[in-house]
Design a protein around this ligand. Sequence first.
Ligand SMILES: [Zn+2]
Length: 132
Amino acid sequence: MTKLTSEQRRTLEHRLTERRAELVRKVRTATDFAKTENITKVAGEVGDPGDESMAAQLVDLNLTEVQNELRELRAIEAAFSRLADDTYGRCTECGCEIPYARLDAYPTAERCTECQARHERVYGGRDVTPSL
Ligand SMILES: [Zn+2]
């Protein structure tokens, strides 16, 4: 497998930059929401225990979303540090060059398809960069 061309690399770097900005914006919005609409306030305004559990569910849902966004942000930061030390696009396990098609689908991919599939078998597929 050939190494990324500088143009492919630029394209992926650009997409990572855009995605990072979008995620930062989303996380910030969610954090602001959590500050103003915190659970005690929401629960305090309703007398019904049913509404209270609905408020709790809303907060939980919001948290899960933020957690996913933060996890993706960490994956993006990791991709940027691989770009910086020029290991981006190389599988972190076997060292082969990750095909561009895979990076195009998952710019944060740190493993080739084979290593990712093995990783998911071992760790249960909780990764943000699933195999193609
Ligand atoms: Zn590999």
